[in-house]
Write a protein that binds this ligand. Structure first.
Ligand code: NIG
Ligand code: FE
Length: 421
């Protein structure tokens, strides 16, 4: 078959091994790394990836040959945990944090997530759209081609719906795929301060059915944390969501360990997020229940804690893990997936192969898109990230600098020389 485009002379190509599920334990250290090779693209999909020069059988009159000498390619990076759409910013809390005020104490005083809720309720659709489009552009130029986006800064139907609709519109208009997660259970709204159970009931009875009816989200998530939602409330909400046809995630063991991991294991959640303070026993629970651990090291960094999730131990216990930004205005204001990957090495002590697997093939399974993205197998979408780097180790070793030069989304060049086209 004739290719539309061929990226040639690539120094290295990172090819994850797709086993039809997330890679776990020692499997995460395995990949095919092609040296001096090419990627052929046809109709927005991968046609062939191999070593050496492309054979003449792939080249037709209209085939575009793109010389990529000196570059390294990977499947498009997947950011599988973000709080993407929100009003306002929270740099005012930064000084407080530097003075040692704890994240959960800021929330208790009505700041934190609740201050972003005020700003998000006040923002118009157009304002949110423009603001989020800029954030997505930052993500794209840093090599991301797929983003998971949670609601959760409305805590009322009108604003939750507005957030999810903004995400939908951006999914249609920008060259990035957005997977939507409904997370009204992100904080207890002021209106329900004395009645959090009533808020959980409201979500179950009134909001979830509307999300489903309008197809606004695939996943349901909850913040199971001390001072936010208990394990019991999280279990009730996620069980109801499962019955209504949602796939599940849970923010668990971010700051305190209060039982969210057991809920994830019992209900068969796709992923459990954060896991900074997880116990050994709970690591086994997730491993046995095939729940993917979604680690967010830049949140630990930004909260100025030293409680990085025990990634090594998770792999030793045969868990599958991914790495994501957790991009949000409070606990992790960043759009740079490469920094997350670097923290995967510097803080979590993962190897470059483990890190690349985490943000490609495993992240694809976290967003339930393993059949179409996450590896460079024939027939998958031609989502490709090119690094100005001689090998896959280099972008992890040379840190805090954007080394992504070009990004292809569904076979189209969308970032060229570090700029959106
Ligand atoms: O994943 N933990 C809850 N949610 C976010 C923080 C959101 C915020 O601070 O605005 C997180 O860390
Ligand atoms: Fe989060």
């Amino acid at each position: 078959m004739i290719a539309d485009k061929i990226l040639t002379n690539l120094n290295q190509i990172f090819c994850p091994i797709d086993k039809g599920r997330a890679l776990r334990g020692s499997e995460m250290g395995e990949a095919n790394i092609i040296r001096q090779g090419f990627i052929a693209i046809r109709e927005g999909k991968i046609l062939r990836v191999a070593e050496g020069d492309p054979p003449v059988s792939l080249i037709g009159e209209h085939t575009k040959i793109i010389d990529c000498s000196g570059k390294t390619a990977s499947p498009g990076l997947i950011d599988s945990h973000t709080h993407l759409v929100y009003g306002g910013t929270r740099e005012n809390e930064f000084a407080k944090k530097l003075n040692g005020v704890a994240y959960l104490d800021i929330l208790k005083e009505g700041g934190g997530i609740l201050s972003t809720v005020k700003a998000t309720r006040a923002a118009s659709f157009a304002e949110l759209y423009e603001k989020t489009a800029k954030l997505l552009e930052h993500m794209l130029v840093h090599g991301v081609t797929t983003v998971e986006a949670k609601s959760g800064y409305g805590l009322d139907w009108e604003t939750e719906e507005k957030q999810m609709k903004v995400a939908h519109e951006l999914d249609h208009r920008l060259p990035v795929d957005i997977i939507s997660t409904f997370m009204a259970a992100h904080a207890i709204p002021e209106e329900y301060r004395e009645n959090p159970d009533g808020f959980i009931d409201l979500i179950i009875e009134e909001m979830l059915p509307k999300v489903k009816a309008d197809n606004l989200a695939e996943f349901c998530d909850v913040f199971c944390e001390s001072g936010v939602f208990t394990a019991e409330q999280s279990r009730k909400l996620l069980s109801a969501a499962k019955k209504q046809g949602f796939k599940l995630r849970i923010h668990a063991d971010e700051i305190e360990s209060i039982g969210g991991v057991s809920v994830a294991a019992e209900l068969g959640a796709t992923s459990a997020e954060h896991l900074m303070v997880i116990t050994d026993e709970d690591i086994d629970k997730l491993s046995q229940a095939n729940v993917i651990g979604n680690l967010l090291p830049a949140t630990t960094f930004s909260l100025m804690e030293d409680t990085y999730a025990p990634a090594q131990k998770m792999l030793d216990h045969d868990m599958a893990i991914t790495l994501s930004t957790d991009s949000n205005p409070g606990s992790c204001p960043t759009a740079n997936m490469q920094f997350i990957m670097q923290l995967g090495c510097f803080a979590d002590k993962l190897t470059p192969i483990e890190v690349f697997n985490a943000v490609t093939i495993n992240a694809a399974y976290v967003v339930d898109r393993g059949d179409s993205i996450g590896s460079l197998d024939e027939g998958k979408l031609a989502d490709i990230t090119l690094f100005d780097a001689p090998n896959i180790d280099y972008p992890l070793y040379f840190f805090a600098t954007n080394l992504v030069t070009d990004v292809y989304k569904k076979g189209e060049l969308v970032v060229k020389n570090r700029q959106m086209i």
